[in-house]
Design a binder for this molecule. Structure first.
Ligand code: F3S
Length: 106
C-alpha cells in the first residue's frame, strides 16, 4: 500500500485525489489518508503531492512508520474523497515545516 505521512498535515492539497483510480483517499479536518485495503499501489499520487507526503510503504522514512497505523485507522472513520477540493488556506506556509504530527485533527 501507499501511506500519507506527516507532511500532509495542515496542507492537505488534495491534488493526489484526482489521479487515484480507485478512490482510496479518505478526508479529515486537516489531513487525508489512504485506505490500505483499497490502494492498488499504482503510485500515481506520489508525484502529484506538492508536499511530498506520500510514500510506498516499503520506502517510508523510519520516523513516519506510525503513519501506517494512522492511515488504516482514520480511513475506517473518515469519508471518501474522490475529487480535489483545493488546499487548506495556509498550505504553502506549512508545507516545509517539520514536527506537525501533534497538529493532526481527528
Ligand atoms: Fe496531502 Fe499531498 Fe494529498 S498534502 S492531500 S497527500 S496532495
Amino acid at each position: 500500500t501507499h501511506v500519507v505521512t506527516e507532511a500532509c498535515i495542515k496542507c492537505r492539497y488534495t491534488d493526489c485525489v484526482d489521479v487515484c483510480p480507485v478512490d482510496c483517499f479518505h478526508i479529515g479536518p486537516n489531513f487525508l489518508v489512504i485506505d490500505p485495503d483499497e490502494c492498488i499501489d499504482c503510485a500515481v499520487c506520489v508525484a502529484e503531492c506538492p508536499a511530498e507526503a506520500i510514500y510506498a510503504e516499503e520506502d517510508l522514512p523510519q520516523d513516519q512508520m506510525d503513519f501506517i497505523r494512522i492511515n488504516a485507522e482514520l480511513a475506517a472513520e473518515w469519508e471518501v474523497i474522490s475529487k480535489s477540493m483545493g488546499a487548506l488556506p495556509d498550505a504553502d506556509e506549512w508545507k516545509d515545516k517539520p514536527n506537525k504530527r501533534d497538529l493532526l485533527e481527528r
